[in-house]
Design a protein around this ligand. Structure first.
Ligand code: F6R
Length: 611
């Protein structure tokens, strides 16, 4: 949730840190700070709000800007203590010798705080993280690495850490337990970060730390040690994303750019994955033989937020295409509900970031119960991808906007490919397989047709932007699509929006309908469409303004609804994708009209690494 950047090398440390923080802005944060080493001391700058505030404060300190050598920086998303300059990271020990940035939550922080206070430490912030700086100071006997190793042994909870000290000018120490740290390997310089985005302008060679790892970086070396303080080799991975992929280009917001990228990102998700001879899918990351795949008796999908909604669409695919019982678990419930998982259950955790704490916990629980686990992640080398051991990457490229768009459509595409593979592995014949493969290949074009209608959607959205309450209704696989449409709207425009199954409306929520409660009705021409007509009539009878998403040319619905957004004709399997793209655009334009911070909605973080 918070972001970390660290650097050691000959460049202007402040420049690398500030640029890196800007690339982490999408993670959601309330304050930021950085520490560099000057010949005399650790120099710290902090600011509330945006990185540009931090940059303005840093520019006033010439010593700070001129520093080279090791440095660390952080964007904070408050957990312990309100957003404030004092609570912003880096935190220092009382001698001002050690600076620490921390992601995660220290659960024994009260005990540590009272122990350290009894030893004379003065805490200046309300954070749990500050305790780490004091603890390192307490453990220090001339060796920074040994001090960090000793300190982290006393921490309960989760941490991703970056540490520097004025006593060790070129040295940067990182540690990880439960909160990701990735090392960027350069030439004569090295980096740490909480994800790869800040590293892309400098290097593509990265190394992911495992839980319990401690990394020691100088400009010329990277050494990783495990919990037992034994040096370990960690694989060096190469990142394909280029720095441009993480830039806004000519778009007003990352969200809009990512919405428009979808024809391309879906094409990337599909590329090389359709086998036209077998009319099936090729998903090599699954690492399951046809026999193993055929022995799967049940699919359980776990995820949070948009990823869970994608899973709910997938549930229809597995049952409809592959004839396999499927269910979706809210990942946070998965562990605590003690689900029934058998060895022939295939558990599919879905996570764009691959770092969501609840989804990771579900992976661990499923593995512990002996299930086959295959993760659907976007971020290559992320914790969930690595811990699951097998899976399918989305290949959607970096998703910077907090609101998920292109990852969501790629998740659905992967689920459709997997259902095709499992269907062909069972009862689905080659002709039906070929039809579904065709539909998958047409997805980018369907999305393009929706994007062409952006001006119409924008016009409608701007008119509806004054409303404070919305219902989104759908049936079949358009029911989870309605949930996703409502989530998009509420998270970026702060409008109250509820997704409902259209049939559920009559079981209570209809009481709310009136001229101030517009209904967005997903009435495409797929099974359930006729009943949707009835539902739209019910809404209109209560004076609710209705925007209907309809199959192009469907005059019957057009006459019922006040406003209409046309979705190209497509099958029930394809329909959620073009439909959700229209809803993403709708939410985007409502948010813009209401003057909201589209890419960084309040209170939200891109990657939710705490439970
Ligand atoms: C909504 C959104 C969130 C995420 C959820 C899971 O737009 O982005 O609901 O989908 O936090 O995140 P991942 O997919 O990274 O596990």
């Amino acid at each position: 949730m918070c972001g970390i950047v660290g650097y050691t090398g000959p460049r202007s440390t402040a420049r690398v840190l500030l640029d890196g923080l800007k690339r982490l802005e999408y993670r959601g944060y309330d304050s930021a700070g950085a520490a560099v080493l000057t010949p005399e001391r650790v120099e710290v700058v902090k600011a509330l709000g945006k990185v540009r505030n931090l940059e303005a404060a840093a520019r006033k300190k010439s010593e700070f800007m001129a520093a080279t050598g090791a440095g660390i920086a952080h964007t904070r998303w408050a957990t312990h203590g309100a957003p404030s300059v004092i609570n912003a990271h880096p935190h220092l020990d009382n001698s001002g010798t050690f600076a620490v940035v921390h992601n995660g939550i220290i659960e024994n922080f009260r005990e540590l705080r009272s122990h350290l206070t009894s030893r004379g430490c003065k805490f200046v912030s309300e954070t749990d993280s500050e305790a780490i700086a004091h603890l390192i100071s307490e453990c220090y006997e001339g060796d920074l690495v040994q001090a960090v190793a000793a300190a982290v042994k006393r921490l309960h909870g989760t941490y991703g850490l970056g540490v520097i000290s004025s006593r060790h000018p070129g040295l940067l120490v990182a540690a990880r337990k439960g909160s990701p740290i990735v090392i960027g390997i350069g030439k004569g310089e090295n980096f740490i970060a909480s994800d790869v985005a800040p590293l892309l302008s400098y290097t593509r060679e990265v190394m992911y730390l495992d839980d319990g790892d401690l990394a020691v970086l100088t400009p010329d070396s990277v050494e990783v040690r495990n919990v037992e303080n034994v040096p370990v080799e960690r694989e060096v991975a190469r990142i394909d994303w280029d720095a441009d992929a993480a830039e806004k280009g000519n778009y007003a917001h990352f969200m809009l750019k990512e919405i428009y990228e979808q024809p391309e990102t879906i094409a990337n998700t599909i590329r090389g994955r359709i086998d036209r001879q077998l009319n099936s899918a090729v998903l090599s990351g699954l690492g399951l033989t046809p026999r193993e795949l055929a022995s799967v008796s049940r699919v359980v999908i776990a995820g949070c937020g948009s990823s869970m909604h994608a899973g709910m669409v997938g549930e229809y695919y597995f049952e409809d295409i592959a004839g396999i019982p499927a269910e979706v678990e809210q990942a946070a419930e998965f562990r605590y509900r003690n689900p029934i998982i058998e060895p022939d259950t295939l558990v599919l955790p879905i996570s764009q970031s691959g770092e969501t704490a609840d989804t990771l916990a579900a992976v661990r629980e499923a593995r512990n119960k002996g299930a086959l686990v295959a993760a659907l992640c976007n971020v290559v080398g992320s914790t969930i991808a690595r811990e699951a051991g097998r899976g399918i990457y989305l290949h959607a490229g970096p998703e910077i906007s907090v609101a998920s768009t292109k990852a969501f459509t790629s998740q659905i595409t992967v689920l459709l490919l997997l259902a095709l593979l499992m269907g062909r592995n069972r009862r689905l014949d080659s002709t039906d397989g070929a039809r579904i493969a065709d539909e998958i290949e047409q997805l980018p074009d369907l999305i393009r047709q929706v994007l062409d209608q952006a001006p119409v959607i924008e016009k409608i959205a701007r008119r509806y932007a004054r409303f404070e309450h919305f219902f989104f209704i759908g049936r079949g696989s358009l029911y989870p699509t309605a949930l996703e449409g409502a989530l998009k709207l509420k998270e970026i425009s702060y409008v109250h929006a509820e997704g409902y199954h259209a049939a559920e409306l009559k079981h209570g929520p209809i009481a709310l309908l009136d001229e101030n409660h517009p209904v967005i009705a997903l009435a495409n021409n797929i099974p359930g469409r006729d009943k949707m007509l009835g539902n739209i009539q019910e809404c209109r009878a209560r004076n609710s303004p209705v925007v209907a998403l309809v199959t192009a040319g469907d005059a019957a619905v057009r006459d019922l609804a006040g406003d209409v957004i046309q979705i190209p004709a497509c099958s029930r399997f394809a329909a959620p994708l073009p439909t959700v793209v229209a809803l993403q655009l709708f939410a985007y334009y409502v948010a813009v009209e209401r003057g909201c911070e589209v890419d960084q909605p309040r209170n939200l973080a891109k990657s939710v690494t705490v439970e």
